[in-house]
Write a protein that binds this ligand. Structure first.
Ligand code: UD1
Ligand code: UDP
Length: 371
């Protein structure tokens, strides 16, 4: 058996890599012993390797390489692999982030071995149990020992479910840390606008990859039609970096994409941040993209019936439009008429430090700790 480590960080998909990068950097800075377990839920370079390279993260010590499969098979393969690693590493604490199958697998494995579990981005709720992400979030929160709620709203949701106040830490969202660490770099390094011949403020950015949207042919067609119509009305192009799930379905359903939507490969983080911060409007079903749009001050139209990020709506940064084409066009109109700036509800960019301070005061080292 190897030496016990303080912390095991489980991740597996693009948003987890991006949002846990600040925690990994903070572990390095604070000389905390940590081990990263990559489940391999995402494995295509454009969803995985490119982020490790660009964010200068060390290669994970463990990669379970589970790949794509049905929910139960994928989650089961991850749980088995994570359990073996936790028995080997004997960590004090396991950290998971968000709401993917990798999160659920890490949570159940840690909980059954009686290892302390910290859930980063706890207390988000769409109240829509048909979404796999909602199941993953709720179950994870109910077995976690540390609940890292990004906002007071998410803390309240946890309290409403009877979870103990002394396990809840309102930390802000690590997405703010990630943006602060990379935004300027993106400004300096990315030439993606020039490459695509786009002018700042004169295009739209779209992402759609959620199962409930792109696995349903009718909804996917409606979404694209609505975005296409809005683009025509405003006379701009919409850039759509497409997730493989959506790309596969586009081909399978034989959908013709409206002319003004420019489908491109998934982008690396710096190029994607450049698109986000330069777009006139962002249309998305992504959780992380709703947050980033709000933090960057770009109006957002969410192509869903609900959101687990109600803070973005409350501050006036975002609106829910679903998939109906007319509603999408109206949403873009409303986004365009937004003149007032809003406050960032997701914290001050010190979430990673707050999380590490909470999981173990004994892990505090010579570097300063932000309270
Ligand atoms: C997962 C999360 C979702 C999150 C998204 C982030 C779950 C249930 N869903 O969805 O909440 O928003 O990640 O991007 O955990 N594929 C590839 N290459 C890859 C990975 C997947 O081509 O590296 C293709 C495969 O055809 C696969 C499909 O995408 O079947 C879906 O992948 P999967 O990991 O099941 O879910 P995501 O849609 O990525
Ligand atoms: N992102 C990226 N390149 C892209 C699309 C998204 O780097 O082409 C980043 C985006 O900045 C955000 C994260 O991926 O930080 C969001 O991930 P995704 O939409 O896949 O998942 P969700 O947040 O919906 O779970």
């Amino acid at each position: 058996m190897s030496e016990p480590t303080d912390l095991v960080i489980v991740l597996g998909t693009r948003p987890e890599i991006i949002k846990l990068a600040p925690v990994i950097r903070a572990c390095e800075r604070r000389h905390i012993e940590y081990t990263v377990v990559h489940t391999g839920q995402h494995y295509s370079d454009s969803l995985d390797g490119v982020f490790f390279d660009q964010l200068e993260l060390p290669t994970p010590e463990h990669n379970l390489a589970v790949g794509s499969d049905s929910h139960a098979r994928q989650t089961a393969a991850m749980m088995t692999g994570i359990e073996d690693i936790l028995q080997e590493e004997q960590p004090e604490t396991v950290l998971v982030q968000g709401d993917t199958n990798s999160v659920l697998a890490g949570s159940i494995a840690a909980s059954k071995l009686n290892v302390d579990l910290g859930h980063v981005e706890a207390g988000l709720r769409s109240f829509d149990r048909s979404m796999p992400e909602e199941t993953n979030r709720v179950l994870t929160d109910h077995v976690a020992d540390y609940l890292f709620a990004p906002t007071d709203q998410s803390r309240q949701y946890l309290l409403d479910e009877g979870l103990p106040d002394d396990q809840i830490f309102v930390t802000g969202n690590t997405v703010v840390d990630a943006l602060q660490q990379n935004r300027e770099l993106a400004e300096r390094k990315s030439d993606v606008l020039a490459k695509l011949d786009l002018e700042r403020g004169e295009f739209g950015l779209m992402t759609a990859h959620r199962a409930e949207n792109v696995d349903n042919e009718r909804r996917f067609r409606d979404l694209l039609e609505g975005v296409g119509r809005a683009a025509e009305e405003y006379g701009f192009d919409v850039v759509y970096p497409i997730h493989p799930r959506a790309k596969n379905n586009l081909a399978e359903f034989n959908i013709e994409v409206p002319e003004r939507i420019r489908v491109i490969d998934p982008q690396d983080y710096l190029d994607f941040l450049t698109f986000e911060s330069s777009a006139a409007v962002i249309l998305t079903d992504s959780g992380g993209v709703q947050e980033e749009a709000c933090i960057l001050g770009v109006p957002c139209v969410t192509l869903r019936e609900n959101t687990e990020r109600p803070e973005t709506i409350d501050v006036g940064a975002n609106r829910l439009v679903g998939s109906e084409p007319t509603a999408i066009v109206d949403g873009v109109r409303a986004a365009y008429s937004t003149t007032q700036m809003w406050e960032n509800p997701f914290g001050d960019g010190t979430a990673a430090d707050r999380i590490l301070t909470a999981v173990s005061p004994t892990m505090e080292t010579e570097t300063e700790v932000i309270q």
